[in-house]
Design a protein around this ligand. Structure first.
Ligand code: NAP
Length: 298
């Protein structure tokens, strides 16, 4: 079997068109969704993520309030900025780009964000609500994975999902989401990590394998069953002298071999990545919608 490729770029483009239409509907009611962006320091990777997020906001018609703090800014300056955004009615979501410089207290900063504006879904109030199945902001990358499954017509109800990786930003939340007794969830979920004795034993039983480990080839073809659906969250640089920049991006699974066995698979790049920013836009619009007490969107 040769797998069908899940086109993350196309799915993200479809969702962004829907989000843009929702923004126009809100605008007709006098509301422009706003995202407050905070970048501390000048880490090139963080800068390029933030630039991509701001560009995506602009394309969707979302107002973005961009704030750059120098690397030697104090915690007090950061907390004051978060406080200002918490109280600014034009801002529906706050994005604090991580990591922060070492002298800053990341936890204190994340806790200071009003949970009603926590569009990254990292605040413990939102994490707790996610776990008990209440309405909340779902974290963007795992929510993007769930959307990809839903929009590709993959039935999760009754499926066995094996998640490889238990980070707070991907592995644990994607497992928690798929476990809910809800539409696009209701799966039996197993989580593997570095303490798991035989990862292949678990992944070979999976109808859906979601890999977020941070290492190339963490999951190889002998570790998946025929016809499985494989979602590869990983983004890794591997040396490649044939490329101008000297490297190429690969995921956490052996894509070339697994695509001959799986029924559906996400590529890297062009898979989960484009969905992450899309879900940030989605959460920002949801937050604006809540200020009007409108029912939840898609
Ligand atoms: P992380 O915080 O480093 O967590 C990795 C998790 O994988 C840990 O729980 C670790 O287990 C587990 N793990 C590592 N090696 C393993 C192995 N050989 N077998 C089984 N489990 C293993 O990483 P993350 O933030 O979740 O990110 C994971 C990957 O996704 C990275 O490549 C990252 O770049 C990518 N990512 C992509 C996006 C996107 O938008 N596309 C967003 C976020 C992350 P322990 O807990 O036991 O250490």
């Amino acid at each position: 079997m040769t797998a069908q490729i899940i086109d993350g770029k196309q799915l993200a483009a479809d969702m962004r068109a829907e989000i843009k239409a929702d923004v126009e509907t809100l605008a007709a009611q006098g509301v422009t969704p706003g995202l407050g962006v905070i970048l501390v320091g000048d880490d090139p990777a963080s800068r390029s993520y933030v630039t991509a997020k701001e560009k995506a906001c602009e394309e969707a018609g979302i107002y973005s309030d961009d704030n750059r703090l120098s690397a030697d800014s104090s915690q007090e300056e950061l907390m004051a900025l978060i406080g200002r955004m918490n109280n600014d009615p034009k801002i529906n979501g706050i994005l604090l780009q991580l990591p922060l410089p070492k002298h800053m207290d990341e936890n204190a900063a994340l806790l200071a964000i009003n949970p009603a504006k926590d569009v990254d879904g990292f605040h413990p109030v939102n994490v707790g609500k996610m776990l008990i199945g209440e309405e909340c902001f779902l974290p963007c990358t795992p929510h993007g994975c769930v959307q990809m499954l839903a929009r590709s017509g993959v039935e999760t109800k009754g499926a066995h999902v094996v998640v490889v990786g238990r980070s707070n930003i991907v592995g644990k939340p994607v497992a928690a989401m798929l476990l809910q007794k809800k539409e696009h969830a209701n799966a039996t979920v197993t989580i593997c990590h570095t303490g798991t004795k035989d990862i292949g034993y678990h992944t070979r039983q999976a109808d859906i394998v979601i890999v977020a480990a941070g290492w190339p080839n963490t999951v190889t073809a002998d570790m998946v069953k025929d016809g499985a659906v494989v979602i590869d969250v990983g983004v890794n640089r591997v040396e490649d002298a044939t490329k101008k920049r000297g490297y190429r991006l690969v995921g956490d699974v052996d894509f070339d071999a697994i695509k001959e066995k799986a029924s559906l698979i996400t590529p890297v790049p062009g898979g989960v990545g484009p969905m992450t920013i899309t879900m940030l836009l989605y959460n920002t619009v949801e937050s604006a919608r809540r200020t009007l007490s409108l029912p939840a969107g898609r």
